[in-house]
Every structure is written in structure tokens, then in C-alpha cells.
Design a protein around this ligand. Structure first.
Ligand code: ATP
Ligand code: MG
Length: 356
């Protein structure tokens, strides 16, 4: 493990506690994948962790967070979750036992721990499932999915991102429990689906979602999604009900979808939507970024204020009274310039206006 993480573990140990790396960082290091999100589990209580690192933050579940260098480290006290309401453990107990803490986790591949010397402790045989490339839930599949239906989406996400199989009994339970995902927060759905959509293997994830009927439950429709490296470009190909996008995300997603709908990219489209939207839509439509960059460079104007005549000039040239018509005249000139029909020069525009 990275020496920054080793030092964090040793600081907890020096205070007299046990501490291990668990979850994604351990799983991904066994798979040779790089991650900077680190989960540490410990028998130290949150107050002990606060004292050791001189911090005061805690999340709702008593977890503490450290940001050191590139690493985002979550430290969580061993626990037993006693009662769930919705997907929130409303009653839990801090415990001293590592194995009990591993049993409450979701999948065997997420319940492998690594000590400060990179030795693995793996009472639930997660390493063997990693080698078999299989997602297996800990405990009774239906019980564990009803307890927290987010595990259904997490199973699909891990199977997609890691290109693993989901164990049969878990997959059957996912089908039986699919309806429970209707209660999940839209934000969590957004987070998990975003990870599915960003994976090169996203088609498998989307296929599983359909097989399980999750598209229906979550109100998500899609056909023939094409891979693009851009998350907003991926969301633009999916029809969704009330996913909490930011205003910028929403606006980009709508614009990308509009350009994809047009089916081709013209100079006028590059002008109207700009480089980001058109290159993203282009990668879905099979138009290269190079081609679009070239079109952008060749645009006679990049924005309306690049037109050499202003609204005031137009009023003068045409000696018009009704100022409201200026906007329409400018729209017309702008369109003609962008499409190469009219030259962006004072003389050309004056002639054009006078002859009209
Ligand atoms: P990544 O960080 O790549 O998203 P991760 O497995 O580390 O993957 P986290 O959300 O960081 O996922 O959670 C850390 C660990 O906490 C998991 O590996 C798992 O052991 C446990 N965990 C997370 N979510 C759940 C859940 N819904 N039910 C049970 N255990 C969970
Ligand atoms: Mg993690």
C-alpha cells in the first residue's frame, strides 16, 4: 500500500487500536487497478480517531474523513447494523471484532482487508471470488437486498466496471427485489448509474438493468447507447425522470441530445452549440473531434458580437423607425454569415441590406 496510507494505519495502531484497509482500495490493488479512495476499518471509536488525527468531522454513520495528498480516506469503526429503516441503519453498535464488521458488508470482494504490511485477511474468501471474477453477496441474498436495495445497483456497477459475473442466486434475488429500488434516493441512483455509464463495459450494465426490470422501476429508457468518454454525453442518450442534475449538467445534456437528434453536424450547429457540445455529440454520431475543430476554426464568426455591424448601424443604414425588427435582421445576417452566404464585412452587409 502507499506509504501515506501505511502511516495512517500505524498512527491508529500506535494509539493502541487495530486498523486495516478494506473495500475498494484492497479490492482494486489485488486487481491492479489504481484508486485514491481508501476505506479504513478500525476498533477505535470515532472520538479516538478524532483525537489521533486532531479532527472533528464525522458523517451520519460515525465515519471520519481525512484528505491527505491524493488520498480521500474514510475511517469507520467496526460495527454491527441492528435495524434498518428504508436503507438507513437506524440502530447500530460499535464492536471490537473485525470478522463481524466484514459480515455486515455487501459483497465478498469488498470484505477483504489488508494490514500495514500488505498481508491480506480474508475470512469470507473474497480473494477466491476475485480470482473467479464473481460478485457474491454476504449472507442471504434476498434479506441483504431488502435491507438495502442500493446493493442491487452496486452489484450491477461492480459487475460492469470490473467485468465480473453476478452469482446466480444473487442475480435471482436481484430480480425478485428489483421493485425495492424505487425507494432509493435519486442522488444515489445518479451516482451508481454514472459509474455504469462511464465504464467501457456499460452495455452489459444496461442490459442487466433491462433484464431485471430496473429501467421500468427507475423510469429510465434507452436504446442503442453509443460509448463516449463524456458522462454528460452518456446521460444524453438515456431518457430519465427526475435525476438531480445541476443546471449546467441539465443544459449540456439537453443540448447534446438535441445535436444527436439532428443526426449530423453542420457549420451552423458548431456555431450555435459550441465546441464541447458538438464534439461530444460528434463522438456519438461518428464525427471526429478533428473534423469539428476544423469546422470551428473555419467559422467566419464565433459569436454574434463578431458581426462587424451592430444593431445601431442597421438602424442607420436602413433608416428604420421600428427598432423591434433589428433583432430579426441581425438573426438573418448572422445565419447568412455562418453559412458562408454573406461576407462579414461592412460593405457586403450594407449591400445586402439595401438590396433586400
Ligand atoms: P468504490 O470506492 O470503488 O466505489 P467501494 O467498495 O470502496 O468501491 P464504498 O462505497 O467506498 O465502495 O464503500 C466501502 C466499503 O463499505 C465497501 O467496499 C463495502 O465493504 C462497504 N459498503 C459500502 N456500501 C455498502 C452497502 N450498501 N451495504 C453493505 N456494505 C457496504
Ligand atoms: Mg471506497
Amino acid at each position: 500500500m502507499d506509504k501515506i496510507i501505511k502511516k495512517v494505519i500505524q498512527q491508529i495502531q500506535d494509539a493502541g487500536f487495530k486498523a486495516y484497509v478494506v473495500g475498494g482500495y484492497t479490492r482494486d490493488s489485488l486487481l491492479g487497478r489504481i484508486t485514491f479512495d481508501v476505506d479504513i476499518c478500525t476498533n477505535a471509536l470515532p472520538k479516538d480517531i478524532h483525537a489521533i488525527f486532531n479532527i472533528s468531522n464525522s458523517n451520519n454513520y460515525g465515519g471520519s474523513n481525512l484528505k491527505i495528498g491524493k488520498f480521500n480516506i474514510d475511517i469507520t469503526t467496526f460495527r454491527k447494523e441492528l435495524k434498518y429503516v428504508g436503507r438507513k441503519p437506524v440502530l447500530m453498535e460499535y464492536i471490537d471484532d473485525l470478522k463481524m464488521d466484514l459480515i455486515r458488508r455487501d459483497f465478498t470482494i469488498n470484505a477483504i482487508v489488508m494490514d500495514e504490511n500488505d498481508a491480506f485477511i480474508d475470512p469470507l474468501n473474497g480473494i477466491s471470488d476475485l480470482e473467479k471474477r464473481i460478485i457474491k453477496i454476504i449472507g442471504n441474498p434476498e434479506e441483504r437486498l431488502k435491507e438495502d436495495p442500493l446493493r442491487i445497483l452496486r452489484a450491477i456497477r461492480f459487475a460492469t466496471v470490473l467485468d465480473f459475473e453476478i452469482e446466480d442466486s444473487l442475480y435471482r434475488a436481484m430480480k425478485a427485489c428489483a421493485g425495492y429500488t424505487a425507494t432509493l434516493s435519486k442522488m444515489r441512483i445518479k451516482q451508481e448509474m454514472s459509474k455504469i455509464l462511464l465504464s467501457k463495459n456499460f452495455k452489459n450494465g444496461l442490459k442487466m438493468m433491462k433484464e431485471l426490470g430496473l429501467d421500468q422501476v427507475l423510469g429510465i429508457t434507452y436504446e442503442d447507447v453509443i460509448f463516449t468518454n463524456d458522462l454528460q454525453g452518456m446521460w444524453a442518450q438515456v431518457k430519465i425522470c427526475d435525476i438531480p442534475f445541476t443546471n449546467t449538467e441539465k443544459s449540456n445534456i439537453i443540448k447534446i441530445a438535441e445535436v444527436v437528434q439532428l443526426g449530423e453536424i453542420s457549420m451552423a450547429t458548431v456555431y450555435k452549440y459550441g465546441l464541447y457540445v458538438t464534439t461530444t455529440a460528434g463522438s456519438i454520431l461518428g464525427v471526429s473531434a478533428n473534423t469539428i475543430n476544423k469546422m470551428y476554426k473555419e467559422l467566419p464568426i464565433k459569436e454574434r458580437k463578431d458581426i462587424v455591424v451592430s444593431g445601431k448601424d442597421i438602424i442607420e443604414i436602413l433608416a428604420i423607425e421600428d427598432k423591434r425588427s433589428v433583432r430579426f435582421i441581425l438573426d438573418d445576417i448572422e445565419e447568412k454569415i455562418v453559412n458562408g452566404i454573406l461576407e462579414n464585412s461592412r460593405v457586403a452587409i450594407e449591400n445586402y441590406l439595401k438590396n433586400k
